[in-house]
Design a protein. Structure first.
Length: 214
């Protein structure tokens, strides 16, 4: 009997961590077991920024590189249109989010480059182009370009070339009529500038007119 009593006393001492209630039996939490704490989002953001202090700089660098690629592509497009079709060059550059003056500069560079190319190809190539496009060296007063040439000469032809025949045909006509290459290039370069300014003013005026009011 003494052994049974001693055993019961021992079990009662070992069961101090058991709580008897009306509901299910729950054990007291073991202090040696640690539970994860809930992390506030602000603390998580701060921890990430400390682990990666250059994250914002990296994002800014990527955005800047993407912007530069888009700008370079737009400038090359406007340059090509300045060679092929000047009337569409500056409006296209503005539509591609280029600054109007930057678009005008690229269009002017392309326009001047093709005129210089016409002077650099040599006489045989110019003769071939003249035959291919059926350009006659005989003045024809019935045609608008010849009337401009007869009345105002090379400056008049260079001024209307951007919106009529383009720099290549103007260069071929002027060279066939005996104009000096350096003088021709100078007037073609100057003749397109008023049109560049005109399209820039037109683009800026249109952007102000169609800008939504706040």
């Amino acid at each position: 009997m003494d052994r049974v009593k001693a055993t019961n006393d021992h079990l009662s001492q070992q069961s101090f961590d058991v709580q008897i209630t009306d509901g299910p039996i729950r054990r007291a939490p073991d202090p040696s077991i640690t539970h994860p704490k809930r992390i506030h989002p602000a603390m998580l953001t701060t921890s990430i920024s400390l682990l990666n202090p250059g994250g914002s700089s990296l994002q800014s660098c990527c955005r800047g590189r993407h912007f530069m690629n888009e700008t370079l592509w737009a400038m090359l497009t406007v340059f090509g249109l300045g060679i092929a079709y000047f009337l569409a060059a500056i409006p296209t550059g503005v539509a591609m989010h280029l600054n109007p003056w930057t678009a005008a500069l690229c269009a002017w560079a392309g326009y001047t480059a093709i005129a210089a190319a016409m002077l650099a190809v040599g006489t045989p190539a110019r003769k071939w182009l003249t035959k291919k496009f059926h350009i006659s060296a005989r003045p024809d007063p019935q045609k608008f370009l010849w009337r401009v040439w007869i009345r105002w000469g090379l400056p008049g032809l260079a001024l209307i070339a951007p919106v009529t025949c383009g720099p290549y045909f103007a260069a071929l006509i002027a060279l066939m009529l005996g104009e000096r290459p350096w003088r021709l290039l100078l007037w073609i370069t100057l003749g397109v500038i008023p049109w560049c300014i005109f399209f820039v003013v037109l683009a800026e005026t249109g952007s102000h007119l169609f800008q939504p009011r706040r």
